[in-house]
Design a protein around this ligand. Structure first.
Ligand code: 26V
Length: 816
């Protein structure tokens, strides 16, 4: 059935495809349309052609995929396994086409057929198997690992429904289910032979001195593979997503025969729910049994798969760390420690300490947030119900930590206040723990794990995040990418530090002008799309594009941005000519989803839309100020918005944004940042220089001090005339006619609480925004700064990040 059959007479290169000529490519495309998609070219739809193109490109990805797999086996190489509950991959077709070097030929052939490459690629559903930064980072890292020839796997869940779709109803966010699997997905290879049972619940009993776990139920995890091709097509790795399928014992034939049709399949429904839907990152309420079960489902299937693969050509499991590295993307897969120990002890006869040592050498843990509500804790009650054997192991690990490092202060252990602390668990079962920016890593050491850091010196390290320049420059911004290539030659795609060579041209007016044209082109392209797609018309293309796109969260302070926008509107109304100087026209663009149950964030979305309604329809200000909020921000929308930005809003309360990665994408596309000293903003500013960054706001330490001052909110509001005017307008119902109290609690919060220090930073932000206007009035000066930003972005390539992981955490070498 699923075993390999020995074959004869098939040589390695028999089926390897040569580089295609346009004629070949055309032949393959028509072949796939007819014989794979099954459509007559005379009757094929856009989707039919897109599927045919995908198969044509996919064919070319398979050779490097097979070759990479063979080479890894042949050379018995160490592999990296990136475990993540989220992979926010977006569309794959154009990315794969570019990485395989087929973009030009594909476009040419399609044009010859009267078709458009852009239209075809736009037809692909955007795979949104993630919430935001953490999931998108996983996708960038998969692409960089493939580009660098780092042998590896991504392991995740194949959610039937990714992140919900967002629409607006009279300004209010409405969520509807997302449906990316509704159409056939040619990138998916189902691997029924790679399936594992994952147990849940039940009990543990001691037998002959061993602990034996008898789960109450089992769910089968079935592998679905997607090839991830690196730039240049020299290497490809696998993204393996698990789908939950009910096993035979999930269907109760006795009950069915007794006429209990629904009860007979209730277990089946439970089993399927494991990979049914992605959790939005708001779930602060406890009792999320399904979430814990999803985490274990991903982790157990992946760890079993990793051991199975290792044992294919190894017998000695104590050598596992020489061949296997597992990275935990936040604590979501942190049950990997106990799971690996369980398998080593219960199924392979290892002693507990040996198993724990092996596990710790294999695992690494990346922390992505300090927000208390996002630090996972699972109650003892839930753990003992769902994972009783793992709870035993965690208790033992907790004792072992004391055995190894001595007595410790109260509150430091893996278990506290009736719950397992997953961050602490991940920490003690990993040989390396990393933060995602220099500042964040300092705070991980200082505030999150100060005692564990002392007890395990050197375990915490920093690896600053990065983004892939293939998707975020070459794919998203073709005109700018072409200008870069014309100016410094090829090769920057895999050696992003070479962008510094652009600085040789910052005094060349011709070059600056060419850069300005690429920016203008991106604005034109964006406005056309906004008009076609959302009916948002007449957006000026000669304005300053000021963009904030990211998940809606109070700490990210979209509120600060919209309050300032109101202040601007009031000023324009008060002084239409700006004292004769005129106003720098601004297009303010917002994008991002709020988790369905996060009311405060949803209120802010509504306020932004309400403000847009008033401002955009005000004939006094229309020419100087627009506010737009296209719904359903996703990876594909980011690819359109980011290239058009002049100004990148990175304005979180200092100390709260672990890194940010949008900040890097914007700067790489020549936007200047207005930002706080938070996350990777700090390093971006160091790289581009203070003159080329609009800094404002309190620092992390000042934030702590300010919060400690009684009445800080009221004091800050009272100190700012501009802010008071804004809050008064909101409170009077200026943006909610007939519903004066709509923003009552928002305004009240500003005066009386303001945890995120919007008021405290308002005037500083306002001053930075004035500076923005001033610089923008001198196009050459602005463009010079923008180009310096691009030129200094080399450090923020995810290739650099992945090289650091390979060297400092995974101890793995490139196979290329
Ligand atoms: C928490 C939860 C809680 C339960 C339900 C599902 C869920 C999903 C995600 C999270 C935590 C998300 C943490 C996160 O996304 N952090 C972001 O990571 C980025 C990549 O390192 C970083 O750039 C952002 O600053 C950081 O907010």
């Amino acid at each position: 059935m699923s075993e390999r059959l020995p074959v004869r007479g098939v040589e390695r290169d028999d089926l390897t495809l040569p580089d295609p000529t346009p004629d070949h490519f055309r032949w393959w495309l028509l072949h796939h349309l007819q014989y794979t998609v099954g459509k007559d070219p005379q009757h094929a739809s856009l989707t039919d052609w897109r599927l045919a193109l995908t198969h044509t490109i996919r064919d070319r990805a398979l050779t490097p995929w097979f070759e990479s797999t063979r080479k890894t086996w042949a050379e018995d190489r160490k592999r990296v396994h990136y475990l993540s509950m989220e992979f926010l991959i977006g569309r794959l077709l154009e990315d794969a086409t570019i990485n395989l070097g087929l973009r030009d030929i594909a476009a040419e052939v399609l044009e010859g057929l009267g078709l458009s490459f852009a239209e075809l690629t736009e037809d692909e559903p955007d795979a949104a198997l993630g919430n935001g930064g953490l999931g998108r980072l996983a996708a960038c890292y998969m692409e960089s690992m493939a580009t660098l020839g780092c042998p590896g796997f991504g392991y995740g869940l194949r959610y039937e429904h990714g992140l919900f779709r967002q629409s607006f109803d009279h300004g209010r966010q409405v969520e509807t289910p997302e449906d990316w699997l509704a159409t056939e997905n040619p990138w998916n290879f189902t691997r029924p032979e790679s399936a594992y049972d994952v147990g849940f619940g039940g009990h543990v009993a001691a037998e002959d001195g061993h602990q034996v776990w008898t789960p109450r139920s089992r769910v089968k995890a079935a592998a679905h593979d997607t090839p991830v091709v690196g730039y240049g097509g020299n290497w490809a790795n696998t993204l393996r997503l698990w789908a939950a399928i009910p096993t035979a014992d999930f269907f109760d034939l006795d009950r069915f025969n007794a006429g209990e049709f629904i009860a007979a399949s209730s277990h089946e429904a439970l089993a399927r729910s494991l990979s049914r839907v992605l959790y939005p990152n708001d779930s602060t309420e406890s009792g999320k049994e399904l979430r814990l079960s999803q985490e274990y489902f991903l982790t157990s299937a992946s760890v079993q798969d990793i051991l199975r693969r290792y044992q294919t050509n190894h017998t000695d499991l104590s050598k596992l760390p020489e061949f296997v590295a597992i990275q935990m993307n936040d604590t979501h897969p942190a049950i990997a420690g106990p799971e690996l120990i369980r398998l080593l002890v219960d199924e392979h006869g290892f002693g507990f300490d040996a198993a724990a040592d092996i596990t710790t050498e294999v695992l690494g843990y990346t922390n992505h947030t300090l927000l208390p509500e996002a630090l996972e804790r699972w109650s003892i009650g839930l753990m003992s119900k769902v994972l009783p054997r793992h709870l035993q192991i965690i208790e033992r690990l907790d004792h072992r930590e004391i055995e190894l490092c001595g007595p410790r202060p109260y509150g430091v252990g893996l278990i506290g206040e009736g719950a397992v602390k997953m961050g602490e668990l991940a920490f003690v079962t990993s040989h390396k723990v990393n933060g995602v920016s220099a500042l964040h890593t300092d705070l991980v050491k200082r505030d999150l794990f100060p005692v564990l850091d002392q007890r395990h010196p050197g375990r915490i390290l920093n690896v600053t995040n990065g983004v892939t320049p293939r998707r975020w420059l070459k794919l998203a911004n073709r005109p700018l990418a072409a200008l870069v290539t014309d100016t410094i030659g090829e090769g920057w795609e895999t050696d992003l530090d070479r962008l510094v060579e652009l600085e040789n041209h910052i005094d060349d007016p011709g070059f600056l002008d060419a850069f300005g044209q690429t920016k203008h082109l991106a604005k034109v392209r964006l406005t056309e799309w906004l008009s076609e797609r959302f009916g948002i018309d007449d957006i000026p293309t000669d304005a300053l594009y000021d963009i904030q796109v990211k998940r809606q969260h109070e700490y990210k302070r979209q509120l600060l941005n919209i309050l300032w926008t109101i202040a601007r509107w009031q000023r324009i109304k008060r002084d239409p000519t700006n004292g004769g100087a005129g106003w720098v026209p601004r297009v303010k663009i917002f994008g991002g989803k709020a988790a369905g149950s996060y009311q405060a964030a949803k209120d802010i979305i509504r306020l932004i839309n309400d403000v847009a309604e008033v401002v955009n329809n005000d004939p006094d200000t229309r020419d100087h100020l627009r506010v737009i909020y296209p719904p359903n921000y996703d990876v594909s929308m980011a690819e359109k918005l980011i290239p058009a930005a002049d100004l990148s809003e990175q304005i979180s309360t200092a100390g709260m944004e672990a890194s940010g990665t949008g900040n890097m994408k914007f700067a790489l596309n020549g936007a200047l940042t207005i930002g706080t000293l938070d996350g990777a903003n700090v390093e971006i500013r160091e790289h581009v220089g203070a003159d080329n960054f609009f800094l404002f706001g309190l620092t992390t330490d000042e934030v702590a001090a300010e919060r400690g001052r009684g009445g800080h909110a009221r004091a800050a509001v009272e100190a700012s005339q501009a802010l008071r005017d804004v809050l008064q307008a909101i409170a009077e119902g200026t943006f909610s006619p007939g519903d004066q109290h709509r923003y009552g609690s928002l305004v009240d919060n500003m005066w009386n609480s303001d945890w995120f220090l919007v008021a405290s930073d308002f005037d500083s932000y306002d001053a930075a925004q004035s500076k923005v206007d001033e610089v923008y009035r001198d196009p050459a000066s602005w463009q010079r700064k923008a180009v310096v930003n691009i030129a200094r972005m080399g450090f923020f390539s995810s290739d650099r990040s992945i090289r650091e992981y390979m060297e400092k955490i995974w101890d793995v070498e490139s196979a290329l």
